[in-house]
Design a protein around this ligand. Structure first.
Ligand code: SPV
Ligand code: MG
Length: 431
């Protein structure tokens, strides 16, 4: 009997999967690979079932003889390990980023004369409904909220992109690229005070109130499933912060990052060019403790952002604050810098990690943007936030388009750098 292999990445079994197994069983003895969590979150979407539950689920399907774990999303290792005569897959991977996985699979099979069989992908209402239901489950507050903590455990580094609207949320949610033969995507979203303010044409000075910030978050949540980190500025008055913690937690936000400044906050990228006041260790620690006391789940995270390097108060001050804020209950530390070189960030992280191997560290490499995710991870950094790039990307093209239309008294000349709306709306889900 021939050995047939297929890999599943799903949390629910629908007609499409049953069809693949039915076709596979006609060809021989069927082994299903359950893709590991770490591969699944890059390839497809976050799991709502554990790996053990997925394995158990796949075992219940009629026609499945064995279920194994496929650790990597590429097929070469698993094919080398079990040497199937046939790999069977839906034909939907012939185009788009998944094409690279198909090529990898074909090359591995070619080594010994294995065969790839592709079956027509099942597109129907039940299948798309099942898919939508999974997405809706992931968007529920209880699933979304805890996902950041889960990702920190699962990934070498959690990759977070700025979102300031439903549309930028959708771009962060849905952009998948092929990179060195593997698929990649962002893990979560940063609701930046700078971008949220700028999108409203307002300065980043805590002028946009929490009610408006919550509306932005809600717009993003309506159309996405990935976890959200809110830039909470200074957190405001402690007496207000505790209420906001409750609200954010109830909505399903995963974390709020508050910075140790007080009075009129200005954006950190101005550094010492503007006058800014750093909060005392005592006051800021009390704010963190009060926030931690207010929260009701173990999922929500309050992350303390240290501005000592931005305000040129020195490394010792930054480290002293990091340990104090952690001891006050902070679930993570964000260290910020506006140097082009990441040296001071690395020094901070190495020294912090020499005494604390667990507390998550967050960085925002806007100015030290040559640094790679791998380098950041090697210094013990857990979360990287790309804090403003989507807004900065859109702005120049919007301005250029406005200028071109004014100059030419028509829109024709601008058309070459505009995306047809038909293409934009492919991002938008229909119920
Ligand atoms: C933001 O995105 O609003 C931030 C990060 O706070 S920074 O602009 O670098 O201060
Ligand atoms: Mg900010």
């Amino acid at each position: 009997m021939k050995k047939v292999y297929t890999c599943f990445t799903t949390d629910i079994i629908h007609e499409g999967h049953l069809n693949i197994i039915k076709e596979a069983a006609k060809l021989g003895k069927v082994t299903v690979g359950a893709l590991s969590d770490k591969a699944l979150i890059r390839y497809n979407r976050f799991p709502t079932k554990s790996l053990d539950e997925r394995v158990a689920l796949y075992k219940t399907i009629d026609g499945v003889d064995d279920v194994i774990v496929q650790d990597d999303m590429t097929y070469d290792a698993v094919i080398e390990q079990i040497k199937p005569d046939i790999v069977i897959h839906g034909d939907n991977w012939k185009n788009g980023p998944e094409k690279a996985l198909r090529e990898n699979c074909l090359a591995a099979l070619k080594q010994y004369g294995g065969e790839l069989v592709e079956v027509g992908y099942t597109y129907n209402e039940t299948v798309s409904k099942a898919d939508l239901q999974l997405k809706e489950k992931l968007a529920m507050p209880e699933y979304r909220r805890k996902r950041l903590r889960q990702l920190i455990e699962m990934c070498p580094i959690v990759k977070v992109m700025e979102a300031h609207s439903g549309l930028t949320g959708l771009i962060t949610e849905k952009t998948v690229v092929e990179n060195n033969g593997r698929l990649d995507q962002f893990d979560g979203m940063w609701v930046s005070s700078l971008c949220d303010s700028t999108d409203r044409g307002k300065p980043d000075i805590e002028l946009v109130d929490m009610t408006s910030r919550l509306r932005t978050i809600n717009d993003i949540m309506e159309v996405t499933t990935k976890p959200i980190i809110l830039d909470g500025d200074t957190g405001g008055l402690t007496e207000h912060f505790v209420y906001n913690v409750r609200t954010l937690e109830r909505m399903g936000v995963s974390a709020v990052i508050i910075e140790d400044k007080t009075g009129l906050k200005k954006n950190s990228l101005f550094g010492t060019e503007v006058s800014q006041t750093q909060d005392s260790i005592e006051n800021f620690s009390a704010k963190i403790s009060a926030g931690k006391k207010a929260q009701l789940t173990d999922d929500f995270m309050i992350i303390a952002r240290i501005e000592s390097l931005i305000l040129e108060r020195g490394m010792e001050d930054a480290l002293e604050r990091a340990f104090a804020f952690r001891d006050a209950g902070a679930d993570g530390i964000m260290i910020h810098s506006r140097k082009k070189d990441p040296a001071e960030i690395f020094e901070f992280c190495d020294r912090f990690r020499s005494k604390d191997s667990r507390t998550p560290i967050v960085v925002v490499p806007t100015s030290f943007n040559e640094v790679t995710e791998e380098e950041l991870a090697s210094h013990g950094i857990n979360i990287v936030i790309y804090a403003n790039q989507l807004m900065r990307a859109a702005f120049p093209v919007m301005r250029k388009t406005a200028e071109e239309i004014l100059k030419n008294h028509r829109a024709y000349e601008a058309e070459s750098h505009l995306m047809p709306f038909k293409e934009i709306i492919t991002l938008i889900d229909e119920l």
